[in-house]
Design a protein around this ligand. Structure first.
Ligand code: HEM
Ligand code: HEM
Length: 202
């Protein structure tokens, strides 16, 4: 698919594949965080909690595939430029936040998968009740699983709350570009909005 370019030849928005993956993954991640909250902090019927765990694992592994696809796609397709008049420190902060979001997008599903692989309960992961999903090699054969499972639980727990904090910052920044600065940045991630060359940002 050709990369969308403006009159001056600069890239004016993310490719349609990148945009679709961004919004699908955003939806998936927010749903997983919501499910995580309910699973751990609400006193529900144990059967319902068990079901939620299985749904969380299925959606989590699916989102992991989308994330791998997204990272592969991103490596082959550059992102559109940020506005030329954006202060260099803000540009750095935006790049740092995006890198952190990518890091957490990898850390969360991988730590989740590792955690269930080393679980002392040994409940199998069957995606959406139909596709058996393997445990991670090595972890599933450890002799003393308990401390490793506890450490991975802590990692998954704390990483998800830091992830949520970075997402909140990210959404606030996106809304600031849309409603305060009125520049291109928000539209670059929308599939059908009109964008102009990065040299004519406002
Ligand atoms: C982007 C992907 C993911 C996100 C954002 C996410 C988020 C969360 C959150 C917020 C919690 C609740 C944490 C707490 O309050 O302690 C949680 C718990 C959990 N997640 Fe995930 N998760 C993801 C992927 C996965 C995957 C792929 C698996 C396994 C295949 C998984 C397995 C679990 C399990 C078993 C728990 C319960 C842990 C416990 O008993 O304390 N997660 N997740
Ligand atoms: C739900 C509200 C969200 C909004 C309004 C939003 C908006 C945006 C916008 C406008 C951009 C383009 C920024 C630019 O051109 O520099 C962007 C990029 C990005 N977003 Fe989001 N986003 C949201 C949720 C998320 C979530 C939940 C994640 C993480 C899972 C995420 C991860 C990213 C990443 C990694 C980029 C950088 C893409 C790249 O350059 O490769 N976003 N987002």
């Amino acid at each position: 698919m050709p990369t969308p370019t403006g009159p001056a030849g600069g890239i004016t928005r993310y490719t349609l594949v990148a945009i679709v993956l961004h919004w699908l993954i955003a939806l998936g991640v927010l749903a997983l965080i919501g499910m995580g909250l309910v699973m751990d902090h609400r006193h529900l019927d144990p059967m319902r909690v068990f079901q939620l765990y299985q749904e969380h694992k299925s959606i989590g592994i699916t989102v992991m595939f989308l994330i791998f696809l997204r990272i592969g796609w991103r490596l082959a397709h550059p992102a559109p430029a940020l506005p030329q008049d954006m202060p260099p420190l803000e540009k750095k902060a935006a790049h740092l936040a995006h890198a952190a979001l990518y890091g957490f997008q990898l850390l969360l599903p991988l730590s989740g998968w590792a955690m269930v692989s080393v679980s002392v309960l040994g409940i199998p992961t069957v995606l959406f009740g139909t596709i058996p999903w393997p445990d991670m090699p090595i972890l599933s054969t450890l002799s003393n699983k308990e401390p490793v499972e506890a450490a991975l639980k802590q990692l998954h727990h704390w990483a998800s709350w830091v992830f949520l904090a970075v997402i909140i910052l990210h959404v606030a920044a996106a809304l600031r570009h849309r409603f305060v600065l009125h520049d291109q940045v928000f539209r670059q991630m929308l599939p059908f909005a009109r964008t102009s060359s990065p040299h004519h940002q406002k």
